[in-house]
Unconditional design. Structure first.
Lengths: 330, 204
């Protein structure tokens, strides 16, 4: 609805109501020359009526009632076309390499120091006769980082089962705890030692952030694990955990999806999985050709992103800003 | 069947979550699914608390080393539950008193330990061992000096240098990591949606 506010002796109030003859309330008063208003605070499917109240020195009058208007949502968000293209391109690349891997194509994955060190860390704990502490941080099972952590746990559980080294896993999320118990049991079974699995070692502590940090610190100080593995989503508790682990002389390996917490882990841990290495762990440890294929696909997606970044730099340098506008997400 | 149903559910809901991002008309359905998640979480919390009580009770009954801590936990859970059930959770209740004057200060205490841990981690991280750590130390000194009023007092260039370090080399490295994490997240999500990644399902 537009209001002509050129004549400043009048004040125009846009009013909204839910009945044509019912009560109307002001939603905006035009006091400047701006004359357009988009009413966004509406319930979908409900009917609305509008009118203008025009007030001046001699009194006020009303326009006729316009409506009913029934707001409805669009079936496609045109401002996100660039994201859709990106998702489809990434999915196609990953799908192509997944098929390639499934059909027996050879896929190379560079060695990841943090994951190579997991074997060494488990061996150290076994030699010292001490437990291994595992933490998935504060993440719920909805987070890809927690899913990646469970994939690493499966491999760790398989290895510790062979040596019967205790694996302690205090949890911050009850769903993650249930999943961790299942994943660890599967790992012990694959190693041929399901009898060594102790579900009591994978337990729920609290969903409170610092309550969890205090509990895990307490476990570290009392049980003195030889190895601490931190894989998942971590927040401010990352340094509290990693520094306590450092103070007891445990070998520590960490990986998280938070770039801020990653820097804390770098100073306090022996090995850190950086960026996508956490998500690549599943393929690295299992050598599953389909998982390796998806990693290869994401590598090519990264190549496209780098090419786009360089093209964007060139476009901006040449004074063409349309390219940057197209990449902006609505 | 035990594995097929979760794989189908992961595909349906994973695909729905992807589609709703591009279809505003599905916002209502999305909010309903998020509400379901909250409802399911409450039930899982019950499972978690039941498991936690069992864990601590067994440790107490076996008189494991340090079982006194388990007693404290069990007493804490019982007192908070009874205080909430009998006296309610409003203002000026025993529940809110315990929360305000015991639980919150204890959490704040653990959080405040971070200051000491940052100091010890910084000492270890900034030790001069090689060229890279020397560069790290120099960058850290410039950023710290540039971010305090004293830096500006010494020279107006310090805040500019600090901002340049944070906005150019540091941000460049962070964005590189963001791209990697973003693609890793897409790859993991895609593997779960398509049923390639099944480790999280546990025992077969």
């Amino acid at each position: 609805m537009r209001a002509d506010t050129s004549d400043q002796q009048y004040k125009y109030s846009l009013q909204r109501g839910t009945m044509p003859l019912g009560q109307f309330e002001d939603i905006i008063v035009f006091t400047s020359s701006a004359g357009m208003y988009v009413d966004g605070n509406l319930a979908r499917g409900k009917e609305y009526y509008y009118r203008l109240r025009i007030s001046g020195r001699t009194g006020e009058t009303y326009s006729r009632v316009y409506g009913p208007f029934r707001p409805s949502a669009n079936w496609y968000h045109s401002g996100r076309t660039n994201v859709l293209i990106g998702v489809i391109a990434a999915a196609l690349l990953m799908g192509t390499f997944v098929l390639y891997g499934k059909r027996g194509g050879k896929l190379y994955m560079r060695p990841i120091a943090g994951l190579q060190a997991v074997d060494e860390a488990i061996g150290r704990a076994t030699e010292m006769g001490k437990p291994i502490l595992y933490s998935a941080g504060r993440g719920s099972m909805q987070r890809p980082a927690t899913i990646a952590s469970m994939n690493i746990l499966a491999s760790v559980a398989e290895k510790v089962a062979e040596y019967n080294t205790p694996l302690i896993f205090p949890n911050n999320d009850p769903v993650a705890m249930a999943v961790a118990q299942e994943v660890a049991y599967e790992g012990y079974s694959r190693a041929g030692h399901p009898e060594n699995f102790n579900p009591d070692n994978i337990f729920f502590v609290t969903d409170s952030q610092f309550g969890y940090a205090a509990a895990v610190d307490g476990i570290m100080l009392r049980q003195r694990p030889a190895t601490n593995l931190f894989f998942g989503t971590f927040e401010a508790e990352s340094l509290i955990l990693a520094e306590t682990g450092n103070s007891i002389g445990a070998i520590q390996i960490a990986g998280t999806d938070s770039s801020i917490q990653m820097s804390f882990f770098v100073v306090a841990c022996d090995y850190v999985l950086i960026g996508e290495e956490l998500f690549a762990a599943s393929g690295y440890l299992s050598q599953d050709p389909q998982v390796l294929g998806s990693l290869k696909g994401s590598d090519y997606a990264k190549l496209i992103i780098v090419t786009l970044l360089l093209a964007g730099l060139l476009a901006i340098a040449l004074g063409y800003s349309g390219f940057l506008a197209w990449l902006t997400i609505a | 069947m035990r594995r097929q149903i979760p794989i189908i559910l992961a595909f349906v809901f994973g695909f729905f979550m992807l589609v709703q991002f591009f279809v505003p008309a599905l916002t209502g359905a999305y909010e309903t699914v998020v509400d379901w998640t909250q409802t399911i979480f409450i039930f899982t919390l019950l499972v978690g608390v039941a498991g936690m009580l069992k864990y601590h009770a067994e440790k107490v009954s076996r008189r494991d080393a340090g079982y006194g801590y388990n007693v404290v936990t069990l007493v804490g859970v019982a007192v908070m539950a009874l205080a909430g059930l009998i006296g309610g959770r409003g203002e000026a209740t025993l529940f809110s008193w315990i929360f305000d004057y015991m639980q919150a200060p204890m959490q704040a205490t653990v959080f405040s330990l971070l200051a000491f841990f940052v100091a010890s981690a910084a000492y270890r991280g900034f030790r001069v061992r090689n060229v890279e750590s020397t560069l790290l130390l120099l960058a850290a000194i410039l950023v710290m000096v540039g971010r305090v009023p004293l830096g500006d007092y010494i020279s107006p260039y310090f805040p500019k240098i600090a901002n340049w370090i944070l906005n150019v080399p540091s941000m460049t490295a962070r964005r590189g990591i963001f791209v990697g994490i973003g693609l890793g997240t897409i790859a993991t999500s895609l593997r779960v949606i398509l049923g390639i990644e099944r480790t999280y399902l546990g025992r077969s």
